[in-house]
Design a protein around this ligand. Sequence first.
Ligand code: ACO
Ligand code: PYR
Length: 533
Amino acid sequence: MQVYDTTLRDGAQREAISYSVVDKLAVARLLDEFGVGFIEGGWPGAMPKDTEFFRRARTELDLKHAVFVAFGSTRKAGVRVQDDPQVRALLEAETPAVTLVAKSDLRHVERALRTTAEENLAMVRDTVAYFVSEGRRVFLDCEHFFDGYRFDPDYTAGVAAAALEAGAEAAVMCDTNGGMLPSLITRTVGEVRERLAVALGVTPEEAVARLGIHCQNDTSCAVANTVAAVEAGVPHFQCTANGYGERPGNADLFAVVGNLQLKLGMPVLPDGCIEQMVRVSHSIAEIANIAPDTHQAYVGSSAFAHKAGLHASAIKVDPVLYNHIDPVVVGNDMRILVTEMAGRASIELKARELGVDLAGHPEALTRVTNRVKELEARGWSFEAADASFELLARAELAEGALPRPFALESYRVIVEHREDGAVVSEATVKVRVRGERVIATAEGNGPVNALDEALRVALARHYPELARFELADYKVRILEGSHGTGAITRVLVETRSTGEDWTTVGVHENVVEASWQALVDALSYGIAHQVRV
Ligand SMILES: CC(=O)SCCNC(=O)CCNC(=O)[C@H](O)C(C)(C)COP(=O)(O)OP(=O)(O)OC[C@H]1O[C@@H](n2cnc3c(N)ncnc32)[C@H](O)[C@@H]1OP(=O)(O)O
Ligand SMILES: CC(=O)C(=O)O
């Protein structure tokens, strides 16, 4: 089985991706750690960056698993292969393997290349034979293979046969326009295998073993199409990390590998590599400057996140009942989400995850469940606010007797627009801390910032650890009012301290009060945890 990655070539054709040379080196190292068999690095000679990447890779890339591959096209029509500057640049990349793209749809040969069927076949033969004679392993990407096969099966299969006869290791069937479906792939691979067996004078099994598959994702079937081809006997499959690629993208390497290895029992990666899946996926997303897709199969942070109460009630018995694999196998985690769809089981599991044992306290469990549903109906969202949920669960468990680090007497905020145009906010808070009444005032660049500062000043002497807490993110969402009320505001506050972060929520018609609730939870949770730690 050949896992062939083209993140650095086809993946780089995705809109908005622009890797630097250093980025490319880093992505190549990550893919190698993941254990892919081949890394296609780009098209030397097509753009200076790729030429430079191949030059630096010679000394800076020490691949442990993968064979390094340079991509280019067959020679130009009417040009001798050794005189074609693209071919020369490809050779000068000095990679052990090259992949050549060739037209395999007669309509493209005649209309895009503006040459004859015979000359295109000669371009394939000459270029493959040239690189083989130069000691390179050669793959031929047959562009528009499936569309071409439908139009003229003899010609398209003939391009693949010409490449294999000239010494190519694999003829890769490319669904370039990405319009295929798994059943069509299975059928076409079956037919091509028979045709190639006749053309090459080998058995159908030997013929299919020299084919590859490359699927664009225009029908959202690239992963399924790739798996279908492999199940039909094709051993070489091309993919990209996170499915990056031209238009909607390519087959997602992680889903394809997960499906083949974990569902079909094909050991496509070296031992110990599949556990790196989440890390490699997210690191590549980071380098590509694309936020990881939280709902991506296998690797997304929501890939094993369960929201429905019924799911959680079965998971409580055995996580296997509602997970298609053990998430740990690919380096992921299961999460239980607490929302209005939670039942008692969801609440119990989530609380346990947060260190609150509600299992032996059925009344408290019911109270927490009811309270979550009631608050969610009023606009709260605990899904992204574990810290507020934990405080709520602890408060219900203690039946209102949970000591809070401080009690509010009142707060006041004023916003002043000064003559010089400056807008300054000032907040005063009055709180009781460990029996002492404290009044503190602070300024801030906005009302919430001023409130946060004033509260910290008020609490600083009793809780010096507050100095380490940092407001990392602040999100406001306006929610439609219900039952004839006006709009309400939901605020999420993310707080960070010494490597830990936590999120809290507040909801009110008034954005300052919603922010205050989230801030109070943020500081209360932080203080409780820092003290516990
Ligand atoms: C299906 C795929 O995704 S394959 C990968 C495609 N990737 C890219 O195109 C990214 C990099 N490409 C580039 O930087 C440029 O397009 C280059 C350097 C390759 C070529 O640039 P230019 O020489 O300016 O040509 P241009 O892009 O306008 O047209 C492509 C030329 O290659 C020819 N061509 C296309 N496919 C092939 C092929 N398989 N074999 C030989 N020639 C080909 C076309 O007929 C056209 O020739 P012409 O200039 O004589 O009309
Ligand atoms: C080669 C390639 O990327 C394609 O045909 O889609």
